[in-house]
Write a protein that binds this ligand. Structure first.
Ligand code: ADE
Ligand code: ZN
Length: 333
């Protein structure tokens, strides 16, 4: 076990499904609550950790949005991003794609310029200091009306070059992809790459609709595809990447236990599945801990782990030359 975990720690890999607000650790959360005088129902870090028990996605999201309400100024956003990028460095996450959710901050009276100044400064510093590769994804809240998402896309226009892609997150049911067609058409016209959460709690039809109505090239989670054999075949044939988040899926009760998780079955069927942490500060682990849990409970071996790491670069929004550089690193490892 220890030998495998050490090997995973050194494995070059990419993380493609990470909500930056989900990397807000209890210590930083309480520090910022104190700084800005935000009243939280947690006496100490242990109380925050103890509160991370969820029966479903919406229960988690209530805590997640409360947590994000402590983020107020440029320094907060800088530190949040730098905390995560530093974790990438220690976990050998050679490339990451980070979801940014400006609607959450706007709801707390914080304009997009404040968060983007902080996030961009951290990304630039990490790139300069240790060559961290990082892309940002503009993630839209599906619990809000499409019109709000369109306003956010418009507010993000000055930052068009800072976002590689558009995403769709938050409460999944009953907010089907069909409700966001205009938003995705607009984003496509601005040449955003397109992804969306689908098939986490929502039915397999949400995955098909994300592909056919929103023209997504990548699906976040997608685990409920297994309920529709024709969809599984399609995902394999078209090599549509799924950014799967094992610890998240168990914490949010998509699976009762890690031993019930279907990621290795999907890998066996030749789907382009990847491993990701989603909201590591809330779900008990970063990327390496997700790989370790798959090893401990599903017997993930090195060959499978290397395939998952290769998929993570294949499924990234990087260009071919950058992907080739990471494949070489992986090959050498
Ligand atoms: N936002 C943060 N984590 C999420 C998840 N697992 N699903 C949907 N929206 C999210
Ligand atoms: Zn997510």
């Amino acid at each position: 076990m220890a030998e495998f975990n050490d090997w995973i720690a050194g494995l070059p890999k990419a993380e493609l499904h990470l909500h930056i607000d989900g990397s807000l650790e209890p210590g930083r959360l309480l520090q910022l609550a104190g700084k800005h005088g935000v009243d939280l129902p947690y006496a100490d870090e242990a109380a925050v950790t103890a509160a991370c028990e969820f029966d479903n996605l919406d229960e988690f999201l209530a805590m997640y949005y409360l947590g994000a309400s402590v983020l107020r100024d440029e320094e907060d956003f800088y530190n949040l991003m730098m905390d995560y990028l530093t974790k990438c460095r220690t976990q050998n996450i050679r490339h990451c794609e980070v979801m940014i959710e400006p609607q959450t901050y706007a709801d707390n009276g914080v304009p997009i310029d404040i968060c983007m100044r902080g996030f961009k400064a951290a990304v630039n510093d990490a790139r300069r200091e240790w060559g961290q590769s990082c892309l940002m994804i503009l993630s839209i809240m599906r619990h809000a009306p499409e019109e709000e998402g369109i306003k956010t896309l418009k507010a993000a226009e000055p930052y068009r070059d800072d976002f590689i892609a558009l995403g769709l997150a938050s409460s999944e049911v009953p907010f089907p992809p069909a409700q966001f067609k205009r938003l995705y058409e607009l984003a496509a016209s601005q040449e955003y790459r397109l992804g969306a959460h689908a098939g986490e709690e929502g039915p397999p039809g949400y995955i098909s609709d994300a592909l056919d109505l929103l023209h997504c090239e990548r699906i976040d989670h997608g685990i409920r595809c297994a309920e529709d054999p024709a969809l599984v075949e399609r995902l394999a044939r078209e090599q549509i990447p799924l950014t799967v988040c094992p610890l998240s899926n168990v914490r949010l009760r998509c699976f009762n236990n890690m031993s019930d998780h279907n990621i290795l079955q999907l890998l066996d069927r030749n789907l382009c599945v990847t491993v990701n942490s989603d909201d590591p500060a809330y779900f008990g682990g970063y990327l390496n801990e997700n790989f370790q849990a798959l090893h401990a409970h599903l017997g993930l071996d090195k060959v499978q782990a290397a395939r998952l790491a290769a998929n993570s670069f294949t499924a990234s929004y990087l260009g071919d030359a950058e992907k080739a550089r990471f494949f070489e690193e992986l090959e050498a490892y």
